[in-house]
Design a protein around this ligand. Structure first.
Ligand code: SF4
Length: 441
């Protein structure tokens, strides 16, 4: 009964224009763009159907674990954004993730949305700048969904996001979004300080009462200039999140997104599969938002498609990370990132210029790859969608990792008593075959 309840709630609360744009630009055309991606990779050609664009790095908050240079004023101008999106559209793309910094601080965001009525945009925002006026303009355009990040209730929100009154201000933006009839989502990067508060059925039911249409739980990644490793999740907590999401999908009438598992519960990395890559706030073409290194950028005369299709740097990243883990290469094998960056002479794309030092400070830990603890999708709708349009696209056909050995490591970890405070680092995944990891414990 979950699907009829969700559908009824959404049809009753969302604006018809927003529903139509979602169904056509994201649903139908999004599916076609993944089908085109599948045909491309059969030819050995990689260009992601899902592009994530950080249109600026300025932000009004100061979150722990944020990798963005939020004090800086870099932004991609409208012409460059339009050129980038037009080129991607020529190759079948219709969906774009808009990140920052805080996207609503970009003076041309609404013009960008208006320039591409045939596309669909998911805007990753803290919600604080979504006024009634802005929300109504988004409804008129109909082609975007605000995904509003909430990292805890009053106390935890202020602590995690480095400002006062964060929760209340974010809720005001959320209310404006819902009132305007926008398809509205809430995202949380689950960490030690909010897992008990937000990874609950009660919280999901509260979101439903607030009119929210979908939720997204990310695992906190301790990266950036202020990583706060104490917030990092234990393997036990990572397993718990996966079990919770699968259970709630079959129990509570709210859609729950994830980008890390296929229909059988096999872990994957969107960057390694090639389904998504990232454009940084200076136009740098990066493997993913938290890998802040690049060789190419969107200003390349060849255009976006050709530049990304022929990028040896991106190719190496996809293949080497997939060869060594089904999880997050940043969390599990930061040594491999250093290797690829040095091999290609890639530049540090941050303004602070400390990306390599930050990488070296990361101690390997478990991420979404939890061999032996796979949880297959329970609900038919997620099984169907993932089976055909969101899986590993055969990226893990040539692996060098030993899943059995990794499963043993995980079992040992899960057998240890849950400690309060920081999660102890674990050795990097063991290898079979020729090469030895540089940082393995
Ligand atoms: S490398 Fe890590 S953060 Fe980047 S896409 Fe893969 S899993 Fe996500």
């Amino acid at each position: 009964m979950i699907v009829p309840q969700m559908l009824f709630r959404t049809l009753r609360s969302a604006d018809p224009r927003c529903l139509w744009k979602f169904a056509w630009n994201f649903g139908w055309k999004g599916m076609l763009s993944v089908e085109r991606f599948k045909r491309r990779i059969k030819r050995g050609e990689y260009f992601p159907p899902f592009l994530y664009l950080s249109i600026l790095n300025t932000c009004n908050l100061r979150c722990q674990g944020c990798w963005v240079d939020v004090e800086s004023k870099d932004a991609i101008d409208l012409d460059a954004l339009n050129r980038t999106i037009l080129d991607a559209k020529r190759h079948g793309n219709s969906f774009f993730g808009i990140l920052g910094g805080e996207p609503f601080m970009h003076p041309q965001l609404l013009d960008l949305l208006a320039a591409h009525p045939d596309c669909y945009f998911q805007i990753f925002t803290n919600g604080q700048l979504i006024t009634e006026k802005t929300a109504n303009r988004l409804r008129e355009l109909g082609n975007s969904t605000p995904l509003i990040s909430i990292e805890g209730r009053e106390m935890v929100s202020d602590e995690r996001r480095g400002k006062k009154d964060v929760f209340a201000r974010t809720l005001r933006g959320l209310e404006n979004s819902v009132k305007a009839g926008l398809l509205t989502g809430v995202a949380t990067s689950v960490c030690r300080s909010n897992i008990e508060e937000l990874l609950t059925e009660d919280w999901l039911r509260e979101l439903i009462r607030r009119g929210v249409h979908y939720a997204w739980y990310h695992g906190y990644r301790p990266v950036g200039p202020k990583p706060n490793f104490d917030l990092a999740l234990s393997p036990e907590q990572l397993v718990r999140i996966r079990r919770f999401v699968v259970e709630m999908r079959a129990t509570v009438p709210i859609a729950i997104i994830d980008a890390y598992y296929d229909h059988d519960g096999q872990a994957l990395c969107p960057m390694s599969t090639g389904i998504s890559h990232h454009i940084g706030p200076k136009g740098d073409i990066e493997p993913c938002p938290i890998i802040q290194f690049a060789v190419e950028d969107i200003h390349d005369r060849r255009g976006l498609f050709e530049t990304m299709r022929s990028s040896a740097f991106l190719k190496d990243f996809r293949e080497l990370s997939a060869r060594h883990t089904r999880g997050c290469v940043v969390m599990e094998r930061p040594d491999l990132i250093r290797e690829i960056v040095l091999k290609h002479g890639a530049r540090d794309t941050t303004t602070r210029g400390t990306a390599m030092a930050e990488l070296d400070a990361i101690t390997p830990r478990f991420s979404q790859w939890l061999p032996g603890e796979e949880v297959p999708e329970k609900h038919w709708m997620y099984r169907l969608a993932k089976k055909y349009w969101f899986h590993d696209f055969n990226a893990y056909r040539n692996v060098a990792f030993d899943a059995e050995a990794r499963a043993r490591q995980l079992r040992d970890e899960l057998a240890q008593p849950v400690l309060n405070g920081a999660t102890p680092p674990v050795p990097a995944p063991e290898l079979v075959g020729d090469s030895q990891p540089r940082c393995s414990g």
